[in-house]
Design a protein around this ligand. Structure first.
Ligand SMILES: CC(C)(COP(=O)(O)OP(=O)(O)OC[C@H]1O[C@@H](n2cnc3c(N)ncnc32)[C@H](O)[C@@H]1OP(=O)(O)O)[C@@H](O)C(=O)NCCC(=O)NCCS
Length: 251
């Protein structure tokens, strides 16, 4: 086996790396775990076939975490939209028995690094209901965003079709759903670096304020939780009203 770089060997117990052809045989196990996890969360079955994951591995666009015996314990892959204008690190999954040990954090960090290297000008985006993922993303520099800032093409939103909340997304004309959209724009860092290079002491202190202030996830987490509850209740009521209307019309 090829020697791993220092940043890829994380602990004695597990390894996080860009997946190689050596990991192709794990695609079925990863897909199975994604399906089981979607069922457990009640979010429907995400449409990712083993073939699709194998393509991602062959393209060098997948990150895998394996245990000391080479079994898969975590995974995620890189997708591009609108000719590389947007990049998403999707399909994040960690095997249940390995959760809460920082594996998702390590996998996402490696996917972020890969995305920045391969697509330095792309905006890195994601949509999620998971507070754990929001926390990880915020630490990487993502911020919450409106859906209007995300890719407009149908191919991007097609990924949502297998979610149980897809109806909400279509009813709101792709403006709202239970997920929160997040974005990292490399332009923020570029602008900050430019200002810092200018070297003006007074400016350096104001750079953050004038260019871009990093989002404080922990400050907003309670609001996010409340917002998620409100959204859930609101969209449920909308669905109920619609169901009642249909019954009345049928009567
Ligand atoms: C979401 C998921 C990937 C997290 O994996 P994980 O390896 O347990 O996450 P980590 O241990 O790296 O935790 C990252 C951070 O999120 C926090 N976190 C983890 N689970 C959490 C939860 N259920 N609620 C809130 N915060 C959580 C951790 O405390 C950690 O923060 P810290 O560094 O301050 O302690 C995993 O639970 C999973 O596979 N779930 C099913 C699939 C899924 O939901 N995928 C995301 C689709 S967008």
């Amino acid at each position: 086996m090829e020697k791993l770089s220092a940043s890829e060997v994380l602990t004695n117990n597990y390894t996080v790396q860009v997946a190689t052809t050596e990991h192709l045989h794990l695609a079925e196990a990863i897909c199975h775990e994604m399906e089981e996890s979607a069922k457990a969360r009640g979010t429907g079955i995400a449409k990712r076939s083993p073939e699709y994951l194998r393509d991602k591995i062959n393209e060098g666009k997948a990150i895998i975490a394996t245990d000391s015996e080479g079994n898969f314990i975590g995974f995620c892959y890189v997708e591009t939209w609108e000719h590389g204008k947007f990049v998403a690190n999707s399909g994040l999954i960690v095997k249940p028995e390995w959760r809460k040990y920082g594996i998702a954090k390590a996998v996402k960090a490696r996917a972020f690094e890969l995305s920045r290297t391969r697509y330095p000008d792309a905006k890195i985006i994601g949509i999620t209901t998971s507070l754990a993922v929001m926390k990880i993303n915020s630490e990487l520099g993502y911020e919450p965003t409106t859906f209007s800032e995300l890719p407009v093409n149908d191919a991007f939103w097609k990924g949502c079709q297998s979610c149980v909340n897809y109806d909400v997304l279509t009813r709101t004309d792709r403006k709202h759903c239970l997920c929160t959209g997040m974005i990292f724009d490399p332009e923020w860092e570029r602008k900050k670096a430019e200002r810092e290079k200018e070297g003006d002491e007074a400016n350096v202190e104001n750079v953050q304020e004038e260019t871009h202030e990093k989002w404080n996830f922990l400050k907003d987490v309670k609001v996010l939780e409340r917002l998620k509850n409100i959204k859930e209740k609101m969209f449920l009521k909308m669905a109920e009203r619609r169901a009642n209307k249909l019954t009345v019309n049928r009567d």
